[in-house]
Design a protein around this ligand. Structure first.
Ligand code: F6P
Length: 360
């Protein structure tokens, strides 16, 4: 009888997830396995809610955004400070009930954390991981799929905002996703010609921001584009709410509106009008989930496909407790524990490299 492989997608969706699913299913079925998709991440495991995936189900899906098996932010192990119950017994019972031989877990830090704990727990050690996040902040892999697409979307948004900001001589603050790391703000900001880039790694100083805006106006470049990561810090009120998800992550979003207000007030108070009717204005745009939606770029389709194919190879070679990862141009296996429990942040050198274009 064919061995049954379970797969799940957990955490925020990322363009390229369907390419991974297709890679696993095509490689799995060609090698004589059955592949079952758990619906909505770990929630599907807890509820023994899974369906068999056929070649027809995955035909051409590498070109589609989202995930055909759904996702959620559902933990199975207790989280510090959350008081959620340990539901790993239910998860293991359901994997056994469905006759799952191995589980391929596609997700970011939180999801892979659950996978690593399940592997180490020994009750169900046949676990393999696939790294995913548009934030590109997962350790032990050079890039995650979804990041390239999200950067492309944000860079295109910046391109469009240049023309309108320039016409109205406005300051435009564009908020880009990135909870712990500023990879997206940095790369989209570089590609989209942002004059100021603010990331979570480097606490920003409003006086420096005002200085760049003033210098641009003084030099006759009457507009400024600011790319700010949602997790950037430097002002008291950074937006977002106290609300946390099941993994304890706070809900971010809103730093751009706060910056808009501060900059608007500062412009009015500190800048001299070029003519009496002139209005100094700041506006903001929060890109939000636009960055996660839609079709993946060719790069993410290929990276996702390769990771899916290679994850299935780890199952075949019984390389449990490992995650496929991109290292240079090669896909290699790394221990799950190397990926979790911290973040891959933007190094100072990358920030400094981008900073020489600040204000230009
Ligand atoms: O982790 C990816 C991500 O898109 C972050 O950039 C963002 O902070 C978060 O997910 C948003 O999550 P949700 O869609 O659950 O609000």
């Amino acid at each position: 009888m064919a061995q049954r492989i379970g797969i799940l997608t957990g955490g925020g969706d990322a363009p390229g997830l369907n390419a991974v699913i297709r890679g696993i299913v095509v490689n799995g079925i060609s090698s004589g396995y059955e592949v079952w998709g758990f619906i909505d991440g770990w929630a599907g495991v807890l509820n023994a809610n899974a369906k068999q995936l056929t070649l027809d189900d995955v035909e051409d899906i590498h070109r589609q955004g989202g995930t055909i098996i759904g996702t959620s932010r559902t933990p199975i192990f207790p989280k510090e400070g959350k008081g959620n119950p340990d539901r790993s017994d239910e998860a293991v019972a359901s994997l056994k009930k469905l006759g799952i031989h191995a589980l391929i877990v596609i997700g970011g830090d939180d999801t892979q954390g659950e996978a690593d704990r399940l592997f180490k727990d020994k009750r169900f050690p046949h676990v393999v991981g696939v790294p995913k996040t548009i934030d590109n902040d997962l350790r032990a892999t050079d890039y995650t799929f979804g990041f390239n697409t999200a950067v492309e979307i944000a860079a295109q948004a910046l391109d469009r905002l240049h023309t309108t900001a320039k016409s109205h001589h406005r300051v435009l603050v564009v908020e880009i996703m990135g909870r712990h790391a500023g990879w997206m703000a940095l790369e989209a900001g570089m590609a989209g010609g942002a004059h100021i880039i603010l990331t979570p790694e480097v606490k920003f100083d409003m006086n420096e921001v005002y200085g760049v805006i003033k210098e641009r106006y003084d030099n006759g470049k009457g507009y400024t584009i600011i790319a700010v990561a949602e997790g950037a810090e430097g002002i008291e009120e950074s937006g977002g709410s106290e609300e946390t998800d099941a993994f304890g992550n706070v809900k971010l979003g809103g730093v751009c509106e706060t910056l808009e207000k501060l900059i608007q007030d500062w412009l009015v108070e500190n800048m001299e009008k070029p003519y009496p009717e002139f209005k100094f204005e700041a506006r903001s745009v929060r890109l939000g989930h636009l960055q996660r939606g839609g079709a993946p770029t060719a790069y993410d389709r290929i990276l996702g496909t390769r990771l899916g194919v290679q994850a299935m190879e780890l199952v075949k070679s019984e390389t449990w407790g490992h995650m496929v990862s991109l290292q240079g141009t090669e896909i290699k296996a790394v221990k799950l524990e190397e990926a979790v429990g911290g973040y891959k942040l933007v190094p100072d050198s990358r920030y400094e490299e981008a900073k020489i274009f600040q204000g230009l």
